[in-house]
Each structure stands twice: as structure tokens, then as C-alpha cells.
Design a protein around this ligand. Structure first.
Ligand SMILES: Nc1ncnc2c1ncn2[C@@H]1O[C@H](COP(=O)(O)OP(=O)(O)O)[C@@H](O)[C@H]1O
Ligand SMILES: [Mg+2]
Length: 284
């Protein structure tokens, strides 16, 4: 069931000179437990779209159903929705403000009115899930590295125990090591908790390795919505909107064109290596 989006439109500053039709007739179903990538060029509407998932932005027209209920209906409990659909903004570490890491992560569950023991249990569990060691708990967030700060911010959302975790460009500004660590941690979290994860990124390379479904946004519309394998088959169209398929897609298509019996649908380096190895084996 989870989330269903129907004919959603969103217009910024309607009726002014700054009017911008940022989402155009979006129809999507996000079932429970899926690991979904949302990809698109800057300005394609990714951030606007995900801010609708927890009711932070309200569609100009259309509807969103969470577990079968229209969140735009009068009297709908948006507060509960916000704790169930956890949204991690871009550069979330800018929103850390408590004196230490542990207090910061406790903030969300404390606001839910939970007892102290439950708040602390959730905070510890959330910090474990993002891989932050206990020795950091009493540090000021400002003593941490960029990657660590971001983990704390993600833990703050996880401590609410959401059913859906939405991450807006969680690797922005991190070095390749920090990027891989965050993404590996998110993948692990998805595996362990079976929650729905929506990972927003402008990098195909980033999401190709992790997600089971890719939604490609372009100019406020859904351009593709399929498995990574299927989406990358459209690599020429992706290029035309400023996106690229992963490097291996190009390599495999090149090899195929040169007469190699490889699988052009391989999307990860591992799959590609296997396919090339098998082709070599057949040749020999
Ligand atoms: N607060 C805003 N006011 C007016 N236009 C906005 C605002 N935020 C975003 N936009 C515009 O809406 C479009 C989609 O933006 P956004 O959802 O941020 O895209 P993305 O996250 O894919 O980069 C862009 O054209 C952007 O300039
Ligand atoms: Mg954005």
C-alpha cells in the first residue's frame, strides 16, 4: 500500500512573475520496503517532489495517499505523517544544534512525547544504524568530520522510527570515501530494517549499485520509472537530458557493438566483470 501519488501538480509562486510549474501530473506508487532512486538534473523537481511525501509542500492539485488515506483530506494527522515519512534534507548537518551528538538524536523522539528510556533506546539504535560509535555520543557535532555530522543528522530522523526514509542528495559535498560509506550504510539499513528508502541523487553512478528501481525526473515530469537495467537501456535519451548511465553501460554497449557476446544490461562493475569473463571463457 504505502504511498500513492495521483495527478500531482505543484506550482511555486502561482500568479506572480516568479511562477514555476515544478511538478507536472506526477503519478507514482511507492510500495512498502522498496529501495528507490530518484534521479534527475538540477532543477528537474526532485526536492519539490519529495517534500510532498510528508506533506511539507501541498500539491496545487492532485492527491497523495498514505496507507490508503488522502493526506489532503481535512483533519488528516500531518504530524504523525511527518514522523512516519522521515525526510533528510540536503546538507542536514546544518540543522544540528544541540550541545552533543546524543542530545541531537534524542530531539525528534523526545518531541513525540516518548518516555526518556524509549527516547534513549531509539537514539542508540539510530546511531548504531548509521555506524557512529559510542565514543562520539558526548561530542559536540562541530567536532565531527563532514561525513560523521551527516550520519548524526540521519540518525536524528531514524530515531523517529519512520516507515519511509527519504534522503535528498545524501552524498552532496562528501569525498568519494565519505560518499561510499554513507551509501553503504543506507543500503545496510534498508536490508536490516526493511523500511522504504527513497534516495535522491543527480548521479546515476551513485544509485545504480544500490537501488531496485529508478525514477528519472525531467522538467517536473517522470521520464522513466523502472529497474536500473531497463532505465539504462535508454542511455542516449538520458544523455539528452544531461544525465548519463553508469560507465559500465557504455563499456558493455561498446563491446557488444564490437561483436563481443556480453550482456549490455550489466549495471554494476561486478556484473560487467562476470559477463566479460563468461564471454572470454566462451571464446577460449
Ligand atoms: N522556493 C522556490 N520558489 C520558486 N521556484 C522554486 C523554488 N524551489 C525550487 N524552485 C524551482 O522549481 C524547479 C524544481 O526545483 P527542485 O525541486 O529544487 O529541483 P531539484 O531538486 O531536482 O534540483 C526548479 O526550476 C527550481 O528553480
Ligand atoms: Mg534538489
Amino acid at each position: 500500500m504505502a504511498i500513492r501519488i495521483e495527478h500531482l501538480n505543484y506550482v511555486y509562486s502561482e500568479g506572480t512573475a516568479f511562477e514555476k510549474h515544478a511538478l507536472k501530473d506526477i503519478n507514482l506508487e511507492l510500495p512498502d520496503g522498496q529501495f528507490i532512486g530518484v534521479i534527475g538534473h538540477t532543477g528537474s523537481g526532485k526536492s519539490t517532489l519529495i517534500q510532498h511525501l510528508n506533506g511539507l509542500l501541498k500539491g496545487t492539485s492532485g492527491a497523495i495517499y498514505y496507507n490508503g488515506k488522502n493526506i489532503y483530506e481535512e483533519g488528516y494527522d500531518l504530524r504523525t505523517l511527518r514522523s512516519k515519512v522521515g525526510l533528510v534534507f540536503q546538507y542536514p548537518e546544518h540543522q544540528l544544534f544541540e550541545v552533543d551528538v546524543f542530545s541531537d538524536v534524542c530531539f525528534g523522539p523526545k518531541n513525540l512525547g516518548l518516555p526518556k528510556e524509549e527516547v534513549e533506546r531509539r537514539a542508540k539504535e539510530a546511531l548504531r544504524l548509521v555506524g557512529l560509535k559510542e565514543k562520539h555520543y558526548r561530542k559536540s557535532p562541530f567536532e565531527l568530520s563532514g561525513g560523521q555530522k551527516r550520519r548524526v543528522a540521519i540518525a536524528g530522523i531514524l530515531a523517529m522510527e519512520p516507515d519511509v526514509l527519504v534522503l535528498d542528495e545524501p552524498t552532496a559535498g562528501l569525498d568519494p570515501k565519505g560518499r561510499d560509506e554513507i551509501l553503504d550504510q543506507v543500503a545496510l539499513l534498508h536490508k536490516e530494517k526493511h523500511i522504504t528508502v527513497v534516495l535522491v541523487s543527480h548521479s546515476m553512478e551513485d544509485v545504480a549499485r544500490y537501488v531496485e528501481r529508478i525514477i528519472v525526473m525531467n522538467k517536473g515530469q517522470v521520464m522513466f520509472d523502472d529497474t536500473p537495467q531497463q532505465v539504462f537501456q535508454h542511455y542516449r535519451e538520458l544523455e539528452s537530458v544531461g544525465l548519463a548511465a553508469p560507465q559500465v553501460t557504455y563499456l558493455m554497449h561498446d563491446l557488444k557493438e564490437k561483436g563481443w557476446n556480453v550482456d549490455p544490461q550489466a549495471t554494476t562493475v561486478e556484473e560487467a566483470a562476470e559477463s566479460i569473463f563468461a564471454a572470454l571463457h566462451k571464446k577460449a
